[in-house]
Design a protein around this ligand. Structure first.
Ligand SMILES: [Ca+2]
Ligand SMILES: [Ca+2]
Length: 149
């Protein structure tokens, strides 16, 4: 979190404050599946794996491995900067096992601008309330997401 907190001190504080709630919820759901165990060990605390065919929750950014909002997907709460290298997503192109360089479709179900950041390329903006299918030029390229208000 060091890099994030230096760039966004107020966001980092918010995330830390909410972390205890998320951890408590994880501990409370003891009917744990392999996915939940993986979630507890690896993934950023507020990034949640979507159930199959689940709709994108309100006030979240949703990302999907495949086009058409298919394949493994996650929701990220509004305002939570996320390095996709920390989000497990097996079955990616070229054998990638994280969401970095793997996402093909997005749903911005928030009122905020989302920055789609490619460490090797450009930074693009996904407008509030918009969904987006990656064109061939930028498919499987985003490494991190950040937010603008
Ligand atoms: Ca993909
Ligand atoms: Ca990239």
């Amino acid at each position: 979190m060091g890099e994030i907190s230096s760039r966004h001190p107020h966001l980092a504080r918010t995330a830390t404050g909410l972390f205890s709630t998320a951890a408590a919820l994880l501990l409370a759901s003891t009917g744990s599946t392999a996915a939940a165990a993986q979630q507890a060990s690896n993934q950023p605390p507020r990034v949640v794996q979507l159930a199959e065919n689940a709709s994108c929750p309100f006030n979240s950014l949703c990302l999907y491995r495949d086009h058409g909002f298919n394949g493994p997907g996650y929701s990220i709460p509004a305002g939570y900067p996320t390095d996709l290298n920390n989000v497990p997503m097996p079955g990616g192109v070229g054998g990638s096992s994280t969401a970095a360089n793997n996402v093909s479709s997005w749903i911005n179900n928030t009122g905020y601008y989302v920055l789609l950041i490619d460490y090797e390329g450009e930074e693009r903006t996904l407008y509030p309330g918009y969904s987006f299918e990656e064109p061939p030029e930028t498919n499987d390229s985003v490494d991190a997401v950040d937010w603008r208000y």
